[in-house]
Design a protein around this ligand. Structure first.
Ligand SMILES: [Zn+2]
Length: 201
């Protein structure tokens, strides 16, 4: 019997940095679209949901599982997040958001991937000096991730402009045209991906 720890998603102690631990299955007979079926057979609540640290599953059990289940599992820890924190924040207790420019305590900043991490190549993930930026959790991180804002090829904040007057609209107006301090010749390729893929132009 092989037991694999499944801390699929958990917060760890790296200040503002979110470190996730992922478990990836390769199970004969189950494809990516079968994840819910696989979760049901393994008698775990869901493989999509964050799970706590001490959940473990057995790939040959539990007893209620009657299908064939062999396979490999591997855990990939995002060690580069630790390096990202050091690169982006240094040793200070506060730092500036790359989007709004405001200074915040580190716990209010996250290391946001400029290009969605899951779509980065291995080489891009290792490009630690260019692939991520510090963004505040007071709005900039979420607005960027959801595509309400992006960064132009010249390095300035662009905002989606198809909104009626609203609190969101007001926030976007406040950010429009600000200089993104994370933009550089090296990071432009990642911002270009965001502009063409995520931004609600
Ligand atoms: Zn900000």
């Amino acid at each position: 019997m092989n037991d694999y720890p499944v801390p699929k998603r958990r917060m760890v102690e790296f200040g503002p940095i979110r470190e996730y631990v992922e478990l990836c299955f390769s199970v004969p007979g189950f494809g990516a679209s079968d994840i819910d079926l696989l979760a049901a057979k393994l008698s775990v609540p869901s493989l999509r949901e964050p799970v706590c640290d001490d959940i473990s599953i057995s790939l040959n059990g539990p007893a209620s599982f009657d299908g064939e289940l062999e396979g490999e599992a591997w855990v990939h820890v995002r060690r580069e997040q630790v390096k990202l924190r050091k690169i982006l924040t240094g040793d200070g207790e506060s730092a500036c958001c790359a989007i709004c420019g405001d200074r915040y305590p580190l716990e209010l900043l996250v290391a946001a991937h400029i290009k969605k991490r899951s779509l980065c190549s291995e080489e891009e993930r290792r490009d630690l000096f260019n692939v991520a930026m510090l963004a505040c959790v007071l709005g900039c991180d979420a607005l960027y991730e959801a595509g309400w804002i992006t960064v132009s090829g010249a390095g300035y904040i662009q905002t989606a402009d198809s909104l009626e007057p609203s609190a969101l609209k007001s926030r976007l107006i406040a950010l429009e045209g600000k200089r993104c301090t994370a933009h550089s010749a090296g990071s432009e390729q990642y911002f270009a991906w965001h502009r063409s893929t995520v931004f609600r132009a």
